[in-house]
Design a protein around this ligand. Structure first.
Ligand SMILES: NC(=O)c1ccc[n+]([C@@H]2O[C@H](COP(=O)([O-])OP(=O)(O)OC[C@H]3O[C@@H](n4cnc5c(N)ncnc54)[C@H](O)[C@@H]3O)[C@@H](O)[C@H]2O)c1
Length: 272
């Protein structure tokens, strides 16, 4: 899909690790829609990933920033405005990590140092980013900021572990900071609650394959892919959604409003 919806718009995209990343697909979609941007990721991810390939393809500069470091964020926001020539129109926060998930620690036996680290990376980093953009007056009026979430913020999914709380916190930050960004700067802040997706972060969740299958059969339109999420984000960065803010927007093929699907019922053994 490519319409010049973002012609002349500029921004920052966090979280493109490899070609499966939601942020990678978003960078491609934003570039196809005429937007220009700076790509950023944690220094360690830049060393491991293939972001330079994406940068070349989308004509973007890459700036390293650990999203938990205020100093890195300040430097990033200053440099991005210098490179792109002024205030920003869009920012994507596509960052998530739980040490407890990575190390296979069960939810009933959490390591709290790891919990604090994952919370900082996955949730507080969004506040740090918003605060940096706000204080530096780095967003243009009618700009749009999007972060990625998951429905475990509202409902229980056993293997999602402490990421469930991180996503609930992230969504709350979008509402709380979105109020001030709207009032003072006319800037939108939203989260997209995306279907389970096969990415590096997604694969960290135990049993993702079975779960993808289940969600596919529960969703009337099927699971939303990373590329479809990218298109949705382009619409939220565009001028067609100027009054959408403080929302958690489900992008999940309808999963969030289905109690049970006939396919799931038919797949269960019957008592008769
Ligand atoms: N994959 C799914 O099933 C799914 C579903 C819903 C929401 N999400 C969310 O989408 C977002 C993107 O994840 P993804 O699935 O594309 O996986 P991904 O692994 O490709 O992306 C996660 C990114 O977070 C970055 N990151 C980690 N620590 C960081 C730090 N300290 N500073 C800066 N960046 C850091 C990683 O380098 C990586 O690029 C996450 O918020 C994730 O929770 C994913």
């Amino acid at each position: 899909m490519s319409h010049p919806l973002l012609a002349g718009k500029k921004g920052i995209i966090f979280g493109a690790l490899d070609s499966q990343s939601i942020a990678w697909k978003t960078a491609e979609a934003v570039a196809a829609a005429g937007g220009s941007f700076v790509l950023t990721n944690a220094p360690v991810a830049l060393r491991m990933g293939t972001i330079n390939e994406l940068a070349e393809k989308t004509n973007a500069k890459v700036i390293a920033a650990d999203a938990t470091s205020l100093e890195d964020l300040e430097n990033l926001v200053d440099q991005a405005q210098e490179i792109l020539g002024g205030q920003l129109d869009f920012v994507l926060h596509s960052i998530g990590m739980s040490v407890n998930v990575r190390k296979g620690r069960h939810y009933t036996d959490l390591n709290y140092d790891w919990l604090a680290k994952g919370w900082d990376v996955s949730a507080v980093s969004f506040h740090k980013l918003l605060q940096t953009l706000y204080k530096k007056d780095a967003m243009a009026p009618w700009g749009s900021i999007v972060a990625l979430s998951y429905i475990a913020a509202q409902r229980t999914f056993p293997n999602y572990n402490d990421m469930a709380e991180n996503k609930a916190y992230l969504e709350s930050i979008a509402r709380s900071f979105g109020y001030f960004f709207g009032k003072e700067k006319k800037v939108r802040v939203n989260t997209i609650s995306q279907s389970p997706t096969l990415t590096t972060a997604g694969k960290g969740v135990a049993g993702l394959d079975g779960f993808l299958n289940y969600a596919e059969r529960m969703s009337p339109l099927g699971n939303a892919t990373a590329a479809e999420c990218a298109d949705y984000t382009v619409s939220l960065f565009s001028d067609y959604t100027k009054k959408v803010t403080l929302q958690n927007l489900y992008h999940d093929g309808g999963f969030s409003n289905v109690g049970v699907s006939q396919e799931i019922i038919d797949s269960l053994p019957s008592d008769e």
